[in-house]
Structure formats: C-alpha cells, structure tokens
Design a protein around this ligand. Structure first.
Ligand code: MSP
Length: 611
C-alpha cells in the first residue's frame, strides 16, 4: 500500500533553526500524526539543504571546512526538531550518498530527454536566496524576496528547457484545482504563467561545493535543482518499489518558494516522465514587527528559548503557532499574545478541565472511573465536533480544527459548571455524581485524541493520568469503569508576567573598569535538586554557600554536577525564581543548542577570583 507522503522544504544550513523554519516542520508533523493516528501508513520527510554558494561562503567566513560546517549545522536542526517532538521518518541531507546518486541519475535522465543545453548565463543573482532574477523583478536594485544586494553573474551554464513544458503545466494546473493551495498561491502561479517562461540555469561554474554534473567537469548542479530532487531520493527512486511512497500527497513550504515548487519542480518531473505531487501548500510568513522573521535579517525567535523563558512545555509553541492566525496567512509574532493564549486557552480552558476532573475522581471515587449514564447533550456535542474536526484536518485548516477541539473542551467545562458535582453529596444523588465522573473521563479521553496531532506531549500526559490509550472513535465507551486515574501536576502553569529581557550590552565598548565590576569566583557544586522540568536548584560553595537556580537541567545529570568545579558570578542582584532566591549565576557557554559549563582547567581553591 502506498504511504501518505508528506514533505517540508529542506532547510539551508547557514543559520540556526527558528520559529519560521520550525513552523513548516510542525505543520507537516501535525498532518503526519493525524494520519498515523487514523491508521494510515505515513512517510514524513524533512531535512537540510547543504550545497551551494551561500553555504560555501558561510563556512569560509567561519574559517572551517564546508563539510564540518554542514555536519554541525545539520545536527542543530535535528536537535531542534527533536525538542519540538517532530516525528519525521527520514531526515535527508543533500550530502547523503543516496541523494547524490539520485540527483546524478535524474540529471542524466533529463539530459537524455534532450531538455538540457549549454549556454551562458548573464544576469542578476541573489546568493542569500540562491535565486536568479531579471532586471525587472528587482526591487530598488535588491532581491525582491529578502531585500539583500544582488550581484551580476556571467558564467558558462547548462540550461533546462522549462519553456518547453509551460503549456502542459498550465493545462495540468487547470485540470487539478487542488494541486496548488491555498487559492491565493494558485492565483499567483497562474498569473505568473501568463508570461513566457525562461529556461532555467541549472549549473554553476564559479565555485565547487555541489554535486558534479555528469560529463561536465567544471559544473556543479544548481542548488535548487539538486534540492528539489531530495523528495525523489527519499522515495527510493530510481529503485523499484519507489511508488510505495511516490508521489507526495502534501508538500508544505513558505510562500516565497512556491514558484520553485509549482513551476520548476513539476516541470522537472514532467521532463523525467514522473508523477506530480498531489498537493502543494504555500503557507504565509511569521513576521516580527512586520518584517519576515529570517536568519539573514537576524530578527528570529528560537522556540526553545521562548519555552525556557516562560518555563512552559513545547506544546505551547506548537499550539499558538496554529492558533494565532489561519494556516496560510501571514502573522506578526507577539509574545503577549503567546502568553495570553497559554494562560487563557491552554491554562484556563484545557489545563483547568483536566485538573478539575482528576480532582473530582480523586475526591468522590477514590481516583477510580465509575460506571455511569452517557450524557446525551455532551455526546451530541462530541459527534458534531468530531465531524467538523475531521473535515478541517483534511482541508489543512488547522486553525478551525483546533477551534473544534476546543469547542468540546468548552462543552465539558460547561458540563461541570451546569452539573455542579460538588453539590451532589446526598446519598440519593450518588448515581448522578458517578455519571458526571464517567462522562468527564470519556470527554478527557476524546480531547486527548483531538489535540494529539498538535500537542502530543500534553495528550500523552492526559492518557497517563487516565491510564487509557486515547481514541475518539469509540465515543463514550473507551474509558472502562474501574480504570484507576492518577492526578499529576497541572499541565500549563500560569505565566505570571512578561519578563522583558534587556538588550545585550555592546561588549566592544566595555572597559576594563566595567569588567572589574563583575565579581566572578571559582566554586564547587555541593548539592543539586530538581526545581522544574528545566531548572535545577544548585548549592555552590564559593565565597559562601550560595543557592543558584540554573536552567541546565536538560544538559547535565545531577551526578555530573555534584562536586564539579564551576565559575560563578556572585554579585548579581539576587532574584526569586520559582519561589527560590537565586544568588548568582553559574557561567556556561552556548552555541547551536549546546550548553557546557565553564570550569577551571586545573585544581584551584574555591573562591578564587576570576581575573
Ligand atoms: N533550501 C530552500 C528550500 C529547498 S526545498 C527543495 C529554502 N530554505 S530556507 O531555510 O530558507 O527556508 C525554508 C522554509 O522555511 C521556507 O519555505 C518556509 O517554509 C520556512 N520559513 C523560513 N522563514 C519563515 C518565516 N519567517 N515564516 C514562516 N515560514 C518561514 O528556502
């Protein structure tokens, strides 16, 4: 049976992952989890785009070999995806052996078809976007996509006959109204195709970091031609059996790269005689103060840091990204909206429902789910919600799918408010009270299944508390009376207030006098205990015994920390964090989501001053 094949773009490795890049990946993860949950075989592909001039330049700037650079940066993406619970089946890298083979074979096939010819490219090029532009397309002489400077390229190249397939592509788009989504992207592409298509330069000769063109010594394959083929590589093409995966059922991407995916890519496939993707979805951008969030502009938010800052689970980011605006449109990221949604929707509606219900089981029936009568009104609401939820999920309307799920959360909260179980304490009300508990257990189980694609970790926590595997198809029958429930910590602790970070000081201008203001000492860790998921309470022996709250829990075990020599800033203003007064800061170094503690490299007394 063919798998449901979903893809994300492969990400350039010249910067760390951020909210914008993680957005597409979560979008794909949501549908992958939804399909798997509904018993579909799924193949979910993501990865990194590692060739090209920009990556070569970035490595050179860092003074490291390109291979070392791409290895390191690609790992940072893998790490970030792991933290966000991305359930990919393959993480492809364009430097992978099988991809190089497939790209080479694909090139040969298109060449054999007579669709490649030699010539010279002369025109504008944006290295940052790795895109060729015509003079007319430029905006004030800069790249119309990223606003950066473009340069003139004049080099020998191989051209791909895109123009030959223009008519065929238009016919295909007209015949398949669902191929390009949402509608706005479809219209943009149709309108672009009204002008004659230019043939595409698909090789470069002025640098070497790429896949060699077969039979053309000086040429490497143009990074976009190379990158698009990754989708085919992952299917196993040209090996037999690749149609168990091919073609993609949904290809997600940001709107800036729909032209590559809706014009060049299908034409490449037509030339090679392969089936086209069934759906291409170009979503909008996350902006920050109306500017596209991008690593080259430098205005990025890292999802991981956002969760650390507010001490909330990653599911909060997964939720808010799809609940602030409809999937497809642009949206400006705003931390106060984030906080408000976490507090009001996740905390007050969902988190509260779960903790109230678990408290009721505990209080009135020894934490056990009792037998009871199904509440008809609640059941009606469930049926309606499930129907609309599936429809929205199939349409990739995540925003409304979440709204539907939360309609049921609200119905369950209303049910508690209407039934007032705390008043059902007379003996003759006992059956009624048990029915309320029964209906709540069934509702939580259904909610766990509904939110699962968006918030897998939270869904798992609900299942654990109910001791049952989620399922929305069994209606009000899935939680068996007699199931023992376990009340755990609240799901979404309230975020008290926004802690604004002061911009970092310009270090270049710090004088020695400034430096002398910092009192940094050596010390030894003598006690460690867990404070939250992310924080440790650590006691350090330095000038005295100091308690410090430190966010290094995910990087160090308690055992690794105990008796470790560290470096600590002691004259930092004491601050209460999660109820503990923190009196200093243990110094650490961070890069690409790696954190290591600084430590004296030879034995030294505690309380030695750092000079
Ligand atoms: N390497 C190419 C894609 C090749 S696919 C064969 C590329 N990489 S990228 O790293 O620059 O961006 C990849 C994707 O990241 C975009 O298509 C988009 O999905 C996502 N986003 C990057 N910044 C974004 C925002 N600020 N907002 C939303 N999505 C953004 O292009």
């Amino acid at each position: 049976m063919k798998s449901f094949f979903v893809t994300t773009p492969i990400y350039y490795v010249n910067g760390e992952p951020h909210l914008g890049t993680i957005y597409t990946t979560i979008a794909a993860d949501i549908i992958a989890r939804y399909k798997r949950f509904n018993n579909k075989k799924v193949f979910f592909l993501t990865g990194t785009d590692e060739h090209g001039e920009k990556v070569e330049q970035s490595a050179q700037k860092k003074g490291v070999s390109v291979k070392k650079y791409v290895d390191e940066m690609s790992s940072a993406f893998k790490e970030a995806f792991k933290k966000m619970n991305i359930s990919y089946d393959r993480f492809i890298r364009t430097t992978d052996e099988d991809h190089i083979k497939t790209a080479t074979a694909f090139y040969k096939q298109v060449f054999k078809k007579g669709d490649i010819y030699k010539g010279e490219y002369e025109g504008w090029y944006c290295v940052s976007c790795e895109t060729f532009w015509t003079e007319k397309e430029l905006l004030n002489n800069t790249c119309p996509d990223c606003g950066k400077k473009v340069k003139i390229l004049k080099e020998e190249t191989l051209f791909f006959k895109q123009s030959k397939y223009q008519k065929k592509l238009i016919e295909y788009i007209n015949k398949h109204p669902d191929f390009i989504q949402p509608k706005i992207r479809r219209n943009e592409i149709i309108s672009f195709l009204k002008k004659p298509l230019k043939d595409l330069s698909i090789s470069r000769t002025s640098f070497t970091w790429g896949i060699p063109v077969p039979g053309e010594k000086k040429h490497v394959i143009y990074v976009w031609f190379d990158a698009l083929i990754n989708y085919l590589t992952a299917s196993g093409y040209p090996k037999k059996g690749y149609t168990n995966i091919w073609p993609p059922d949904i290809q997600f991407m940001g709107k800036e790269i729909t032209r590559f995916h809706c014009i060049t890519w299908p034409i490449m496939l037509m030339s090679a005689g392969l089936e086209l993707p069934r759906k291409v979805f170009g979503h909008g951008w996350w902006t920050l103060n109306a500017k596209k969030m991008s690593k080259s502009i430098g205005n990025v938010i890292c999802p991981d840091k956002l969760c650390d800052k507010y001490n909330v689970p990653v599911d909060c980011v997964r939720y808010v990204l799809f609940k602030q605006m409809p999937f497809g449109s642009d949206g400006d990221f705003n931390e106060s909206i984030f906080v408000e949604k976490v507090n009001n929707e996740l905390g007050s509606e969902l988190g509260n429902l779960v903790s109230r219900s678990l408290a009721l089981f505990q209080r009135y029936n020894n934490s056990v789910v009792p037998k009871g009568e199904v509440d008809k009104k609640l059941q009606e609401s469930y049926k309606k919600v499930l129907e609309s939820y599936h429809k929205f999920m199939e349409d990739l309307d995540y925003y409304n799918a979440l709204n539907s799920a939360f309609d049921f959360v609200r119905a369950a909260n209303k049910y508690i408010a209407d039934e007032e179980p705390w008043k059902l304490t007379r003996k003759e009300d006992n059956d009624k009270l048990m029915s309320v508990l029964f209906n709540l257990a069934q509702s939580l189980n259904i909610i766990s299944a509904l939110i699962y694609p968006f918030m897998p970790e939270t869904s798992g926590k609900i299942d654990e508390q109910l001791s049952v595997k989620k399922d929305y198809n069994k209606g009000f029958k899935n939680v068996k009376p007699g199931a023992k429930t376990v009340k755990r910590d609240i799901l979404f602790p309230k975020i008290e207030k926004i802690v604004e970070e002061k911009p970092a000081q310009e270090l270049e201008h710090a004088s020695f006098e400034d430096f002398k203001k910092l009192d940094i000492r050596t010390g030894t860790i003598i006690e460690v205990s867990e404070l939250t998921d992310k924080l440790y309470r650590i006691k350090v022996k330095a000038d005295k015994e100091r308690t410090v709250v430190s966010g290094i829990r995910k990087y160090y075990s308690k055992k690794e920390l105990l008796n470790k020599k560290v470096v600590i800033l002691i004259n930092l203003e004491p601050k209460k964090i999660m109820g503990v007064l923190s009196e200093g800061m243990i110094l650490a170094a961070e890069k690409n989501n790696r954190v290591v503690l600084l430590s004296p490299d030879k034995d030294i007394y505690d309380d030695a001053r750092v000079l």
